[in-house]
Write a protein that binds this ligand. Structure first.
Ligand code: ATP
Length: 314
């Protein structure tokens, strides 16, 4: 079966800076593929290339079997896209705007059906589509952006940081929408710098750092979730002893004692030895969270954040 997205040796330069280095990316039809990476990794550049918003310096790109440079409106109609930076400033209401999109893009399926879906999605996400879009908050504008991408049930959804600005409940609804389109056989490529979101949504993941894919596979195999930051508060009098106990544990690093019985550390791998180690003390507070993606990527895959083109004149 033809891949929904097939990118080979994609190179993108902005002047002297190389944003993408020989990127290869294949997305199977009917799957949810997550592209994650710290800010500036090249996610937006990759996605824009798929939509022919920008053009590759070299390499080949196929989207739904077509070259985006030649696919034109027919190809665009088969894709739903949420850009990373959405600007909705007009006087028109959300509903009018969506109606306009439905018309200009000559969507497959009846316009009524598309707009009915838009209304349903508006209700689910909790956005008032009768208000002028320019009066909507950032999060509500983002919801309108999501609706325009989903409403015509495109074969492929390309979503650039789709949940930015959305509160946690709406993020959950969004993840449910992604699961539903996947069940309907549609393909989703989404980018994020939030690991937990990708872990919940994606079948497969590629980790992008400094314009290169540094890891690829199913979410579990990437181990990105195996690094956690912990914060524990014990009696002040116990802090030194707890600190020593934690420092002695394999997989625990960066133990710090910022004061008043508070200790912070990073754990890689199993959390059980940590739990056992603190259990003999009185614990007043305990937080376990994932570290930011940049930190995880750097720890697991090393620092290759150089911004300059070190490959010379391609
Ligand atoms: P973010 O999450 O911050 O949006 P990203 O992973 O989407 O990051 P890109 O926006 O693709 O990253 O940027 C990749 C690199 O290319 C960065 O170093 C960025 O500064 C550079 N870049 C992006 N667009 C341009 C441009 N139009 N001109 C010059 N450099 C650019």
């Amino acid at each position: 079966m033809t891949d929904a997205i097939d990118v080979r040796a994609l190179h993108k330069r902005y002047g002297r800076r190389t944003a993408l280095h020989a990127l290869d990316l294949q997305v199977r039809p009917g799957s949810v593929f997550g592209l994650i990476g710290p800010n500036g990794a090249g996610k937006t550049t990759t996605l824009r290339t798929l939509l022919d918003v920008i053009r590759p310096s070299s390499g080949t790109v196929r989207v739904l079997g077509e070259d985006p440079r030649r696919g034109g409106p027919d190809l665009r109609r088969r894709i739903g896209y949420v850009p990373g930076e959405l600007h909705l400033e007009g006087r028109a209401s959300g509903h009018r705007l969506l109606s306009f999109y439905a018309e200009v893009s000559g969507m497959t399926g009846s316009k009524d059906a598309v707009l009915r879906t838009a209304r349903e999605l508006g209700d689910r996400l909790g956005v008032d589509l009768d208000r002028p879009v320019r009066t909507l908050s950032k999060g509500n504008k983002q919801k309108v952006g999501l609706i325009q991408a989903f409403m015509h049930r495109p074969e492929l959804l390309i979503l650039d940081e789709p949940t930015s600005g959305l509160d946690p409940l709406v993020q959950r609804e969004f993840l449910a929408m992604v699961r539903e389109v996947r069940e309907a056989g549609q393909t989703v490529l989404l980018s994020s710098h939030v690991l937990s979101e990708i872990q919940q949504a994606a079948d497969e993941v590629a980790v992008l750092a400094a314009g290169r894919i540094v890891a690829e596979g199913d979410v579990a195999s990437l181990r990105l979730g195996s690094i956690r930051r912990v914060r524990v508060r014990v009696d002040d009098a116990d802090a030194a002893e707890v600190s020593a106990a934690l420092t002695a544990l394999a997989g625990v690093e960066g133990v710090e004692a910022p004061g008043r019985g508070l200790l912070t550390a990073t754990i890689e791998g199993a959390i059980d030895p940590f739990v056992k180690a603190i259990s003999r003390f009185e614990v007043h507070e305990l937080t376990v969270e994932e570290p930011d993606l940049e930190e995880s990527v750097l720890r697991l895959y090393g620092d290759n954040r150089e911004g300059d083109d070190r490959e010379g004149g391609r």
